[in-house]
Design a protein around this ligand. Structure first.
Ligand code: URA
Length: 222
């Protein structure tokens, strides 16, 4: 018998907390492995931790996280209904004019971190993945993903039968006025589409009896 998935994930998280596979290990405060319901059929994958996430060890707890929470709420979900993680588990930062600021993770950092994400998604086996932003979509869906053209469309992924990308909440926060409203509307719309897709895939699974319906621990929301 396999260990429960919570235990499998905890073992991988413990190993990840010691990771020195790339330069980000030298500047991080905490490895931000991921959190939420590991039995959820829906996993959200962001880019990487920012300042607040690095300080707390939890994903999406800063301003972008607050916007994500609001969008989840507007799509009828809470954090406990999903699992949230990032493509890189340590904060990527740089010093500009004496101030530390976030930067995008470099390709070699993304590759160095991939075994952790791979292990995580292989254990969770989500039905649906929502990629938050282009770097996540490029890794999970296909290279050279064009977020403004391809968001809101369905793809398959090696880690899930259905994957969709949406705008990153931090990108939306950088927009003003109508652009902000439009971006936020897309985020909610794409999260709702993901929730609907879970319901649809669950129904198909039940019809085909591929998986027992309502496995223990799965929430009845979907
Ligand atoms: N942005 C991300 O991509 N991930 C986080 O955890 C926080 C902000």
């Amino acid at each position: 018998m396999d260990e429960p998935i919570e235990q499998q994930l905890a073992e991988v998280a413990a190993k990840a907390s010691q990771c020195t596979a790339c330069r980000l290990a030298q500047t991080r405060t905490n490895v931000v492995f991921g959190e939420g319901n590991p039995r959820s059929p829906l996993v959200l994958v962001g880019e990487g931790p920012g300042e607040q996430e690095d300080a707390t060890g939890r994903p999406f707890v800063g301003r972008a996280g607050q916007l994500l929470d609001k969008a989840l709420h507007d799509a009828g979900m809470k954090r406990k209904h999903v699992y949230i993680c990032n493509i890189v588990k340590c904060r990527a930062s740089e010093v500009v004019n004496g101030r530390v600021r976030n930067r995008a993770p470099l390709p070699d950092e993304i590759q160095a971190c991939l075994p952790w994400l791979d292990a995580q998604l292989t254990i969770i086996r989500p039905l649906v993945i929502v990629c938050l932003g282009a770097p996540s979509a490029s890794l999970i869906i296909h290279k050279n993903f064009k977020i403004l053209q391809e968001r809101g469309q369905w793809f398959t992924s090696r880690w899930a039968p259905a994957a969709i990308a949406t705008l990153h909440p931090a990108y939306i926060l950088r927009q003003a006025g109508a652009s902000f409203q439009q971006g936020y509307q897309y985020l909610v719309q794409d999260l709702l589409a993901a929730r609907q897709k879970v319901i649809e895939l669950r129904r198909l699974q039940e019809e085909q009896k591929l998986l027992p319906p309502n496995e223990e621990g799965q929430l009845s929301l979907f």
